[in-house]
Design a protein around this ligand. Structure first.
Ligand SMILES: C[S@@+](CC[C@H](N)C(=O)[O-])C[C@H]1O[C@@H](n2cnc3c(N)ncnc32)[C@H](O)[C@@H]1O
Length: 272
């Protein structure tokens, strides 16, 4: 189970600086939602709100409303600061969790987005029940999630390091602890009452300058959970082994790692 208590101001600021990968593939989700000016969008697990602000500026505009929700208050603070700095009155943020969207009224949102969040949720059903509750009839949801069938290179390397050290993996720890298969994602969406429009697997080739950049990306993206279940000394040793393995992915342009993400788009039927 990922911990929501390991975040620090440094990790939150770092995520805001190094989350270009999530920011870029999140824009695929926003495009898939076919957002229109004046609509109401809910960004669940919004992190520091980079994508949330992008949606508010470029898709929803001043006549609509965008709400970002995340359980990590330090990241919500950064989102709020950004909304103020950019003068985006249509953009607001709340601390909260996908499984309990108390601040959001029934049938009030046109669209819901969860970008790189779904694989953090230990139990999908309550989160999807909340998403369908807050959506208007016909409302859309878009999700990106790590794929169980095609784990990220980083996840494979971590598993190899742990196996080599004879260590098991704690339940729900790592960088994509609750990833799903294509079939699971379809089943979960349909069980919650959604009609699935599309699910596709996309492969991304990511370049990092060095091992420190890979670590910074994974530590801040996992809000401190990357190998976070191990005592500091053990963790240091595991990270050293992880760094060694990264060298096999190095070429003259840095370190090349692949991620595979499922992208799903679904909608709440107009009549249920
Ligand atoms: C990799 S970040 C993605 C942030 C953002 N969506 C983006 O595209 O940059 C994962 C986020 O999931 C959030 N998260 C973890 N558990 C959550 C939960 N139960 N409900 C909502 N968000 C959650 C974390 O707080 C973190 O901000």
């Amino acid at each position: 189970m990922p911990s929501l208590t390991l975040d620090t101001p440094e990790l939150a600021e770092q995520y805001d600086r190094v989350s270009d990968l999530q920011y870029e593939h999140g824009q695929h989700l926003l495009n898939a939602l076919q957002l229109k000016p004046g609509e109401t969008l809910l960004d669940v697990g919004c992190g520091t709100g980079r994508l949330t602000a992008f949606a508010a500026r470029h898709f929803i505009g001043p006549t609509g409303r965008v709400l970002g929700i995340d359980p990590l208050p330090l990241r919500i603070d950064i989102g709020r600061r950004r909304a103020e700095e950019l003068g985006l009155a249509q953009l607001s943020f709340n601390v909260g969790q996908a499984e309990a969207l108390h601040a959001v009224a029934d049938a009030s949102a046109d669209a819901v987005v969860l970008n790189s969040v779904y694989h953090w949720l230990p139990d999908k059903a309550p989160a999807l029940a909340e998403a369908i509750r807050v959506l208007k009839p016909g409302g859309r949801i878009a999700i990106s999630s790590a794929s169980r069938e095609r784990p990220h290179d980083v996840q494979r390397l971590v598993s190899e390091v742990l196996a080599e050290a004879g260590l098991g993996r704690g339940q729900g720890s790592g960088s994509t602890p609750h990833k799903v298969s294509f079939g699971e994602l379809a089943f979960q969406l349909e069980s919650a009452g959604f009609h699935v429009d599309e699910i596709r697997l996309r492969r991304f080739a990511d370049r990092f300058a060095d091992a420190d950049s890979v670590l910074a990306f994974n530590q801040s993206s996992s809000f401190g959970n990357f190998l976070g279940e191990f005592l500091p000394q053990v963790r240091q040793q595991l990270i050293a082994r992880f760094n060694e393995r990264l060298q096999a992915h190095r070429d003259e342009r840095g370190i090349l790692l692949h991620r595979n993400l499922l992208f799903a788009v679904a909608h709440k039927p107009a009549t249920r």
